[in-house]
Design a protein around this ligand. Structure first.
Ligand code: 0A1
Ligand code: ZN
Length: 865
């Protein structure tokens, strides 16, 4: 099913500095929907008020819409014309009017999943960033805020539930088996926060009483049969509501908060006012079908969307260049929340791992952009790890520099000053400056300069006095359009330890590196101190610091910052692997000893230990090299994994001999033990031990929940045992009717370290259960595949071809999801010439497709430069 309705528009570059305030405001919007899956009729009445001094045409943006009739103040109106996809209404010298437009849309044919679309015979909307213009003509820019009144009418049997933003103020029966509902949202909002849902849904209801005593009705709406899988989402929602009151002083502001879960969704979820729409993946969870990581995903995304009610909805963005204003801040808020709900150290490790896996490569490649971009062709391409995750790190650095109380004064001032407004990143920074009392002049460079800063750190001691200093030098690599960079303000938490045990004597310092170079006094030490730097990952930078294996092992064992302990062991592993990949004799003893020592603490903190003893990913090892050698990385990483597996075999077996906690036990301790069991199984699976497949199969069969089952399946999937085929078959037969679990079946096969994974993925793309219509299924197979470095980069280019074929097939149906899969092809500069040529050829083949979307055109053309 191809969405041929929107014709390709030649790429136009939008510039941040071209912002102009709107000429017309739209204080009120009244929408009337006659709902149908194949035909929905929409009448929009916009009350418009001119802000410009002189007469100006009213430009209403459209995307694949036809205006069937236009009325002004109730009268038929001829003073309008189409300007490309947009409707331009000439209102003469009027300063206010009610402009009504009738449109007609076909939700069932909307395979882009933007605007109003059908999913499993339910109707739902996605309007961020520019989807509202696919429903009706409208300025559709976030600085135009309106009060919405929404009436919808539809067949009662097909659409028994009718939801929109705000409160339901009236309902009634219509003719011919129809019914209707009228919703009003008292809070002015931009069009991207509009939502409507109509379908046959069931609800899990609960309530929350706010700090000031107001009762809020909560509802999570899903398809019949899924209610029992919504309890974790509901608990997460209530925890989020309480946390935002306690930590940010923010209460919920409507009597109703609804969440709807949808199977076909381009992203994770959407924060529409009072009516969040979620990808089912971030709502549905029970122990049989969801892993502990899935549970954490639900908690984090429910919190994220809820927190947007203040950071995004009450204070929204002036224009889409300010996206990180709401996203960076909200990610920082959801990260802090999850840290408070579980282990803060483990959460920080996970967040940094995501940053390094997704954002650092972006910052180092052709699509690098500042967290506040300067230009775009298609805004959907800028929902990136840079805007979200690096954006969160920028907020975190401000919080680190001023401390929690002053940061809170800053955010209070921000919310007070800008409540009800469409604000800018600059407004946020100024509120932190004024509220927290700090000068952020130089810090603002984080908003405008792209690229990951590199810090060279070098210790120097004076033999006579025993005084040691740390020399720091920062460089920020050139990025597209930004050849030269100014030094940034980089907050680094640093501590130096005396190897002989006087560790407690020195205090941690927060060094504000604000020049290209600096020298930091560390104090007096008997010998070269152990340097702990960028503790807690206080800045999103790469630190280059020569530390001997013995020093890293010491820090891995003794540092009092858990993140730094993790980091030291990772660095030791990385150094070992990079040396081995470069052909140096493999010296694995220090890593094995450090892993053994870390494992000794497993009983006290299994979740932390499980994270710490994991080997760095193949991609991250590649990021350390000038030219990535995927095959050597695969070989050496597997060899190290096997060596650790064998050397510590009795430790791994002991971990696995201790029975798994019941899957229904979701306490941090139980999750941590399961995590460690998964890691133990992976290490044993990497050895040549004959009983490893049988052991994994036994865990797979005996598992009472998805965490253990998936971990065992993933381990088996790397090999070629009979147990592998058997387990995959059992899993498929058991879960073939559960789309979210079937995604895992596709995913574990695409992750497989077997040499034939490219062929397996090609076959899986032809499996009857594979479909381009569902973004989760596409990402399960192809997202996992592109993360599988040696498979995707198979020397003959078969992996690149497979991905390009997918992009070409998907683009006409769902350009947004297709375009998001292109970046892995853009990393060609990091690979050998042969691979680079093959990657560029595939980018060229994508670009040569007639009618290629604006989304894919922007990503592919920028990736070629
Ligand atoms: N604002 C959402 C992300 C989002 C953006 C675009 C979408 O369109 C398909 C959907 C969701 C968030 O940050 O969660
Ligand atoms: Zn968000």
């Amino acid at each position: 099913m191809t969405d041929a309705s929107s014709s390709p528009v030649p790429p136009v570059t939008i510039h941040r500095t071209a912002y102009r305030p709107p000429e017309w405001r739209v204080p009120e919007v009244a929408l009337d929907f006659a709902l149908g899956l194949e035909e929905t009729r929409v009448t929009a009445a916009l009350s418009v008020v001119r802000d410009a001094d002189a007469p100006a045409p009213l430009v209403l943006r459209g995307d694949a819409l036809t205006a069937e009739a236009v009325r002004v103040d109730g009268e038929a109106w001829n003073g309008w014309r189409m300007d490309g996809p947009d409707l331009v209404v000439d209102l003469g010298d009027r300063t206010a009017a009610v402009v009504e437009v009738d449109t007609r849309i076909d939700p069932a044919a909307n395979s882009q999943l933007m605007g109003l679309y059908a999913s499993n015979s339910m109707l739902c909307t996605q309007c961020e960033a520019e989807g509202f213009r696919r429903i009706t003509f409208h300025p559709d820019r976030p600085d135009v805020l309106s009060r919405y009144r929404v009436r919808m009418e539809g067949d009662k049997a097909a659409f028994p539930i009718l939801l929109s933003n705000g409160n339901c103020v009236a309902t009634g029966e219509g003719e011919g088996g129809t019914h209707w509902a009228l919703w009003e949202d008292p809070w002015p909002k931009p069009s991207y926060l509009f939502a409507l849902v109509a379908g046959d849904l069931v609800v899990n209801r609960d309530h929350f009483t706010t700090l000031s005593g107001r009762r809020v009705e909560l509802g999570i709406w899903v398809r019949a049969g899924d209610q029992d899988r919504t309890h974790h989402a509901m608990a997460s929602l209530k925890h989020s509501m309480a946390w935002d009151e306690q930590v940010y002083g923010r209460e919920y502001d409507l009597d109703l908060f609804n969440i709807v879960a949808v199977s076909d969704f381009n992203m994770g979820a959407m924060e529409n006012k009072g009516l969040n729409v979620f990808n089912t993946r971030y709502i549905l969870a029970d122990p049989d079908t969801a892993t502990d990581a899935d549970y954490d995903g639900v908690e984090g995304v429910v919190a994220h969307e809820y927190f947007h009610n203040w950071s995004g909805n009450r204070v929204t963005c002036r224009d889409w260049f300010q996206l990180s204003l709401k996203e960076g801040f909200t990610v920082y808020r959801d990260q802090s929340f999850s840290a408070a709900m579980g282990s803060a150290a483990v959460k920080r490790i996970e967040d940094v791992r995501v940053l390094r896996a997704a954002q650092f490569p972006e910052d180092a490649g052709p699509l690098a952009h500042p967290i506040r971009p300067d230009s775009y062709q298609e805004i959907s391409n800028f929902y990136t790890a840079t805007v979200y995750n690096k954006g969160a790190e920028i907020i975190r650095m401000m919080a680190t520099m001023v401390g929690p109380e002053r940061f809170r004064r800053g955010t209070d001032l921000y919310f007070d000053r800008h409540d009800g407004e469409a604000a800018t990143c600059e407004d946020f920074v100024r509120a932190i400056e004024d509220g927290a009392g700090i000068d952020l002049t130089q810090f603002r460079l984080w908003y405008s300069q792209a690229g990951t800063p590199r810090i060279a750190a070098r210790l120097e001691g004076d033999a006579a006095s025993g005084e040691w200093v740390l020399h720091l030098a920062q460089t920020i690599p050139p990025t597209p359009g930004q050849p030269d960079k100014a030094p940034m303000l980089i907050p680094l938490r640093i501590k130096a330890f005396d190897r002989d045990g006087a560790a407690q004597d020195t205090a941690e310092q927060l060094v504000l590196l604000d020049h290209a170079d600096a020298t930091v006094p560390l104090g007096r030490f008997a010998g070269r101190p152990m340097l702990s730097i960028n503790r807690g990952f206080s800045a999103p930078v790469i630190v280059d610091c020569a530390r001997a294996p013995g020093e890293l092992a010491w820090l891995a064992a003794h540092d009092d910052d858990p993140f730094a302990r993790y980091e030291a062991l990772q660095q030791l592993m990385l150094d070992t692997l990079v040396a081995a990949v470069s052909g140096e004799a493999a010296e694995r003893g220090a890593v094995v000893d450090a892993v053994r020592e870390t494992l000794a603490g497993a009983a006290a903190d299994p979740a932390f230990v499980a994270e710490a003893v994991l080997l760095p990913s193949e991609a991250f090892i590649g990021d350390q090299m000038v030219t990535v050698d995927p095959d050597a990385i695969r070989r050496e990483r597997l060899a190290l994994q096997a060596a650790i597996g064998e050397a510590l075999e009795s430790e791994w077996r002991a971990i696995l001999a201790d029975p798994a906690p019941p899957a229904t036990d979701l306490s941090p301790a139980a999750k941590g033990r399961r995590r460690l069991r998964g890691v133990a199984l992976a290490y044993l699976g990497a050895t040549a031990r004959d009983d490893a497949p049988a052991l994994a199969f036994a865990i797979f069969s005996d598992a009472d929940g998805m965490t253990e089952r998936q971990a065992a399946l993933a381990t088996l999937a790397h090999g070629d045992s009979d147990e592998r085929a058997h387990a995959l078959d059992i899993f498929y037969q058991r879960y073939r009717d559960n789309p979210l679990v079937l995604d895992k079946w596709f995913q574990v096969q695409a992750w497989s370290l077997r040499p034939d994974t490219v062929d397996a993925v090609r076959d899986l793309a032809r499996h009857p259960d594979f479909t381009l219509a569902n973004p989760n299924r596409v990402r399960a197979l192809y997202g996992a595949f592109t993360a599988n470095q040696a498979a995707f980069h198979r020397p003959d280019g078969a992996g690149y071809r497979l991905l390009a074929d997918l992009v070409i097939a998907l683009d006409p149906k769902n350009p947004q999801t297709a375009a998001r899969l292109i970046p892995p092809l853009g990393r060609w500069k990091r690979f050998d010439e042969a691979r680079a040529a093959l990657m560029k050829a595939e980018l060229g083949r994508i670009l040569a497709q007639p009618g290629l979307s604006r989304d894919a055109t922007e990503q592919a053309s920028k990736s070629l430069v």
